[in-house]
Structures are given as structure tokens and as C-alpha cells.
Design a protein around this ligand. Structure first.
Ligand SMILES: [Zn+2]
Length: 210
């Protein structure tokens, strides 16, 4: 498939149409839960969770903005890379910069302990995002996060069946490492929980760029 010129703002974590999803037969694992029939050691993370595979060919075909590439999202989340450009996210003494959907009413002390699938951002990309998506301004908040840990995955839940093989359910959910469901999820995104959060004024942060 022919590659097209990449528009300037295709996020690093977005999937491209040229990156086909691996559709591999899923069977019961001898240790409980699910496994691939042709499983390789790299199909699981260090917590033993099975990951969804997708070809790696960033920039091939069309960007699929609504689809997150499992491996690039996982790398960005693991290494705190900007979800838009894939470079290291911005960090200062108050922590790493995140743009999160404003749900301040959700609980006292929000966003402490917020579990998110969205990797952090760098300052230039935060500036561009706000410029190009003005609706973000009212709906998101900029937060500096001092401590965060990879604690869960988001993915499709499978279940046992009467047919001799596991079945794919309609449910996608956040599953914590070590929980019983962790053996039944096909992970698509890595989740971090945010701690030591400080709200910051994005315009003030951006002023450092000029
Ligand atoms: Zn960036």
C-alpha cells in the first residue's frame, strides 16, 4: 500500500489503515484465561497480560484517528512520551504535563488516582492542540503529575464458553494488573494512575516556549 504524506497532526499513538490488526486464534491458557494458539513470549507483558497485536507501519495508508495503535500507545505510556509526536513529554519540578478531560466534579481531590489511557504531552504539542482544537480549552485541564504508575490495561474482555474455546465479549474495560480479569483481557492500551497532581495554567506553561 502506498504511503501518503503525513498531515502535521496525526498523533503518534493513532493507528494507520496500513497497520493491519492481527487476527489470531484465541484458546484457553493452561494457566487459566486466554492465550494465542501460536503464542510467543513477546505477546505478554511483564505482568503476564496478553496483548493485541497490530502491524507496525506508521504512516502507511490513511490515519485512523479513532483507533489507537496498541504498541505505540504502550511505549508512549511506559516511557512517558508525548501522545502526539512521540518525543519525551514535558517535565519540570512539578512533574510531567498531561492534558486531561475536565471531570473535576467526579470526586474530591480529582484527578488524584485518576486512571487514564491517554499518554502525556510535550509543550509544543499541547500548544498546537489547544490552537487547533479550541473546544479542548473548555473541556480539558492541564495537570503536572509528579508520580504515576502503570497499573492496568484497557482492552477487550474474553470469557469461557460451552463451545470448547473462549469467546470475545462485547465488553471493553480497564483491568488492573494482578486481578482475576487480567487473565481474560486482550490488552489494547496501557493505563497509568496519576498521583501528586498540580493544576497548571497552560497559557503560562506555553509562555516558556516563546
Ligand atoms: Zn509532542
Amino acid at each position: 500500500m502506498k504511503a501518503i504524506a503525513r498531515p502535521g497532526v496525526v498523533p503518534y499513538i493513532a493507528a494507520w489503515s496500513g497497520e493491519q490488526l492481527h487476527r489470531r486464534p484465541v484458546i484457553y491458557s493452561g494457566r487459566g484465561g486466554i492465550a494465542y494458539a501460536d503464542e510467543q513470549p513477546e505477546d505478554r507483558d511483564q505482568h503476564g497480560v496478553l496483548w493485541n497485536g497490530r502491524a507496525l507501519a506508521q504512516g502507511t495508508g490513511r490515519p485512523e484517528y479513532g483507533e489507537v495503535h496498541p504498541e505505540r500507545q504502550r511505549v508512549a505510556m511506559q516511557y512517558l512520551l508525548c501522545q502526539v509526536c512521540g518525543q519525551p513529554a514535558d517535565r519540570d519540578d512539578r512533574g510531567v504535563l498531561w492534558l486531561v478531560e475536565d471531570n473535576r466534579g467526579d470526586w474530591q481531590g480529582w484527578p488524584e488516582r485518576l486512571m487514564t489511557t491517554h499518554p502525556p504531552v510535550c509543550l509544543p504539542c499541547a500548544g498546537k492542540a489547544v490552537e487547533q482544537c479550541p473546544h479542548l480549552v473548555g473541556r480539558s485541564v492541564a495537570v503536572r503529575v509528579r508520580d504515576s504508575s502503570t497499573c492496568a490495561v484497557y482492552g477487550r474482555i474474553w470469557s469461557s464458553s460451552a463451545f470448547g474455546r473462549p469467546v470475545r465479549t462485547a465488553v471493553k474495560d480497564v483491568v488492573e494488573f494482578g486481578s482475576p480479569s487480567a487473565r481474560w483481557v486482550l490488552a489494547g492500551q496501557l493505563v497509568r494512575s496519576l498521583d501528586g497532581c498540580t493544576f497548571v495554567d497552560l497559557q503560562q506553561e506555553l509562555a516558556r516556549l516563546s
